[in-house]
Design a protein around this ligand. Structure first.
Ligand SMILES: Nc1ncnc2c1ncn2[C@@H]1O[C@H](COP(=O)(O)OP(=O)(O)OP(=O)(O)O)[C@@H](O)[C@H]1O
Ligand SMILES: [Mg+2]
Length: 258
């Protein structure tokens, strides 16, 4: 099987993390492929929806903060290249779950530039995802991520939008930006989350008008009260019942990707 790196993007609060969790559930139940989830949202929340509490010292950011201090105090071993140290830190930050691993980026505390660390990190993450069949990447809301040209090895970009003007606007801006920084994806998939029937056609039209051969409407996920309940009560979305309508629908659309 070809390795896939699937990134979720879109306006804040449109359902990126929820969609990722549904996709993850589908993948876990489908087969035993090696799955990595990278949470690059500094306001960490993949853990929240899959019933896993992740503390700051489990995040890569905490290790990078330590590293930065060591660089500043010149207390690093001189005979070891920094990128090797960072690579080691990344591997030590992997959180092993039953059926998949999580890399929680976390928030980099303190002031000053992490430019060097960030640039090495990008490469390390590309290397890391080569060890897995499928990598799911939860991006922070908005566009800054793309303007920094992260995610060079992403094969599938999923842009989630809700039925709002701003959701659609961000979707379009992301598509424009990926062109501006010449990021190339095999596929860009659009998910319409929580669309009422009356607005589905409008999104279909929007996507048609973009008329790029690699940009397709993946489908719609319904506004679902069980999702609200799970979120409100802090329950694990991976434990949704099989016959739950929203999960049935999720399986149907994600089947197109894998
Ligand atoms: N299909 C749905 N039905 C009901 N509630 C939903 C649905 N999709 C998302 N939600 C709810 O909407 C809220 C935002 O969802 P989610 O956290 O997945 O969005 P996000 O795009 O990841 O947000 P952020 O930009 O903050 O990371 C959550 O409370 C979630 O439970
Ligand atoms: Mg999120």
């Amino acid at each position: 099987m070809k390795k896939r790196v699937v990134a979720f993007a879109g306006k804040g609060g449109v359902g990126k993390t929820t969609s990722l969790a549904l996709f993850l559930k589908y993948l876990i139940e489908k087969d035993s492929s090696e799955i990595l989830v990278i949470d690059s949202d500094p306001d960490a929340n993949v853990g929240d929806v899959i019933g896993k509490e992740i503390s700051f010292n489990q995040t890569l950011a905490s290790k990078m903060t330590e590293l930065k201090e060591k660089i500043q105090n010149r207390s690093l071993p001189l005979d070891m290249p920094k990128n090797q140290i960072i690579e080691g830190d990344v591997f030590r930050s992997l959180i092993e779950m039953d059926k998949f691993d999580i890399l929680e980026m976390g928030r980099q505390e303190g002031s000053g530039c992490y430019c060097f660390i960030n640039s090495v990190l990008k490469n390390v993450i590309d290397t890391l995802s080569e060890n897995y069949d499928i990598t799911l990447l939860d991006s922070p809301a908005g566009l800054e991520h793309f303007s920094r040209k992260t995610g060079r090895n992403v094969t599938d970009l999923i842009i989630v939008t809700d039925p709002s003007k701003m959701g659609i606007h961000t979707m379009k801006r992301i598509i424009e930006l990926t062109k501006e920084v010449s990021l190339e994806f095999e596929n860009i998939w659009i998910i319409g989350n929580r669309f009422p029937d009356s607005l589905k056609e409008a999104l279909e039209k929007e996507v048609e008008e973009i008329s790029e051969s690699n940009i397709k409407l993946l489908g719609f996920l319904p506004d679902d009260k069980t999702i609200s309940e799970y979120n409100f009560l802090g329950k694990n979305l991976l434990e949704l019942e099989q016959d739950e309508k929203v999960y049935q629908k999720a399986k149907e659309i994600f089947r197109t990707i894998i």
